[in-house]
Design a binder for this molecule. Structure first.
Ligand SMILES: NC(=O)c1ccc[n+]([C@@H]2O[C@H](COP(=O)([O-])OP(=O)(O)OC[C@H]3O[C@@H](n4cnc5c(N)ncnc54)[C@H](O)[C@@H]3O)[C@@H](O)[C@H]2O)c1
Length: 279
């Protein structure tokens, strides 16, 4: 999709990090925005920043916000109803909200996996289920961006639960893209796979529902500290937002923030094909 000005974008997880950066970038393109998150204060801040961003480039921005827990199907349905009700169409859907939890596979319990899969996998599936049929029906160009991660391409020790959700999100994105292509729909899909990005991902617990809280274990704390350090040394979220806009313009499926990840994926695949455990 070449022209974004005047089109409608929905971004989940828009109160912080990559979601906020995408919202600001879309505002600068002159898009109308529906921003969703569970963090009320952060969402209001993003909306104010996006309105200012649009002003700078002398665009008329309409920015709406909606408190939405993406793991809750009815909340995402409500978000979609409001978007189509207010704007009549959605052209760019970013299923971006996500949370991190680490720890060895055997120390994490059901609540941990329920939380991770609820946000990182069900959040994407609910977005697809509630928005895509109406986006197909409106019969315009459109693009769905699912925020995956390099953790959806290769696995590191100590973050298996997170990787499992991101592999699932990548598979869902591939399947969606293939189903849309097979049915001749005018929608395209990107799987956004950033490496480390300077966001609050290491502090994901701030949005964890009280009903799904568990006891930290040393391996989980180590993993959380390690992702926080990696994020601090990561790229700026605005670089990811630029990559997303390029990906939409060029209709690219896999969006990598660094070409070295392609080599790493190749090495992992070669290693797997020999029957070895990848490094
Ligand atoms: N930061 C990185 O290094 C990195 C790397 C690869 C992928 N990602 C992915 O990027 C996406 C965005 O994360 P980020 O790095 O900007 O982190 P972040 O913590 O800064 O932002 C995540 C946002 O998601 C929101 N959120 C959490 N649970 C939610 C829920 N149930 N419903 C709606 N919103 C919810 C949070 O309130 C927050 O605003 C995630 O999917 C994450 O897995 C991040």
């Amino acid at each position: 999709m070449r022209e974004l000005s005047g089109k409608v974008a929905v971004v989940t997880g828009a109160a912080s990090g990559i979601g906020r950066a995408m919202a600001l970038r879309f505002a600068a393109e002159g898009m109308t925005l529906m921003l969703a998150d569970v963090d009320h204060g952060g969402l209001a801040q993003t909306a104010a920043l996006a309105a200012r961003e649009a002003e700078v480039v002398a665009r008329q921005a309409k920015v709406l916000t909606q408190i939405t827990d993406v793991s809750d199907a009815s909340a995402v349905r409500h978000l979609a109803n409001r978007c189509f009700g207010e704007f009549g169409a959605v052209h760019v859907l970013c299923n971006n909200a996500g949370v991190f939890q680490g720890g060895h596979m055997w120390t994490r319990d059901e609540e941990d996996f329920a939380w991770l899969f609820g946000v990182n996998v069900w959040g994407v599936l609910h977005g697809i289920h509630e928005f895509v049929p109406r986006m197909i029906e409106q019969d315009t160009e459109g693009h769905i961006v699912n925020t995956v991660s390099t953790a959806g391409l290769f696995v590191k020790p100590g973050s298996g639960g997170y990787a499992a959700t991101k592999y699932a999100a990548l598979a869902a994105s591939l399947a969606l893209a293939q189903d849309l292509a097979a049915t001749g729909a005018r929608l395209r899909v990107s799987a956004l796979c950033p490496g480390a990005v300077r966001t609050r991902i290491g502090d994901s617990d701030r949005s964890r529902p009280a009903s799904l809280v568990t006891t930290p274990t040393p391996d989980e704390v180590d993993s959380r500290e390690s992702i926080s350090r990696a994020a601090e040394g990561g790229i700026d979220p605005s670089e990811v937002a630029d990559l997303v806009v390029r990906g939409i313009h060029e209709e690219r499926f896999l969006l990598l923030t660094d070409p070295k990840y392609a080599d790493r994926l190749r090495r992992q695949t070669e290693s797997l094909l020999t029957g070895d455990l990848p490094d």
